[in-house]
Design a protein around this ligand. Structure first.
Ligand SMILES: Cc1cc2nc3c(=O)[nH]c(=O)nc-3n(C[C@H](O)[C@H](O)[C@H](O)COP(=O)(O)O)c2cc1C
Length: 214
């Protein structure tokens, strides 16, 4: 990573819980990014929390504070990293709710922003299904979701007291995954070569009711 042009990563956990395993994983990601020369903007989910989405609340182009903050932080960083819990085989409702609110800004903030998805769960699956469900709205919105995701299984037993991943192989895989993502974001920032149009349905007839094309 170039010392004179650091790449900025927004990192947050999508859990509101005080003793959250995902928050622990997000904080470990912060350390790994900084160790590898990246710069971090660490956020917490309460900063992005929004009231339940209702189109009737969108009067006068007003958005909840949480959505304004989420948008601002997406736009002021080169990429974002989320560590998300899995609830009932999917993403937490509060995260989808915040994504829905942010998707209403124009220009649509997630478009062309790189994303890395991580999860932690006490289960054997490590919350991985939440990440597959998150890919759908993010890819729909034009985010460039990194192919490799990281899910920490049996996460309640996986950390050392000082917050590292106890298993050395797993700890290396976590770091390698993050470093690979950092390299891609660094390349995309300094050597842009891919441009992607955000079009919801190809061939859709222009109509203000369905218009989501930028
Ligand atoms: C409503 C609810 C549904 C859950 N569903 C799942 C699930 O489908 N898969 C899973 O691995 N864990 C599930 N869990 C357990 C969470 O993974 C566990 O509570 C985890 O610690 C939450 O993340 P956090 O520690 O970051 O808050 C569920 C927990 C709650 C509260």
């Amino acid at each position: 990573m170039r010392a004179n042009a650091p790449v900025r990563f927004l990192v947050f956990s999508a859990s509101m819980r005080k003793d959250s395993l995902n928050t622990r994983l997000a904080k470990l990601a912060v350390q790994v990014i900084q160790k590898n020369g990246g710069s971090v903007d660490y956020a917490t989910m309460p900063e992005f929390d929004c009231p339940s989405f209702n189109q009737d609340l969108e009067t006068n182009n007003e958005h909840p504070k949480g959505a304004e903050e989420f948008r601002k932080r997406i736009l002021s960083n080169d990429a974002f990293i989320i560590s998300s819990p899995e609830y009932n085989g999917s993403m937490p409702g509060l995260l989808k709710n915040a994504i829905d609110w942010v998707s209403r800004f124009r220009p649509q903030p997630f478009n062309e922003h790189h994303a890395l998805l991580m999860s932690a769960s006490p289960s054997m699956g490590g919350g991985n299904r939440a990440l597959w469900s998150l890919r759908m709205p993010f890819e729909h919105l034009g985010a460039r979701v990194f192919p490799d995701m990281f899910s920490l299984a049996t996460a309640h037993k996986a950390f050392t007291p000082d917050g590292n991943i106890a298993d050395a192989t797993l700890a290396k895989r976590f770091e390698d995954n993050l470093v690979a993502f950092m390299s891609l974001v660094e390349a995309a920032k300094h050597y842009p070569c891919i441009k992607k149009a955000w079009v919801e349905f190809l061939g859709e007839k222009p109509d203000p009711v369905t218009e989501r094309v930028e």
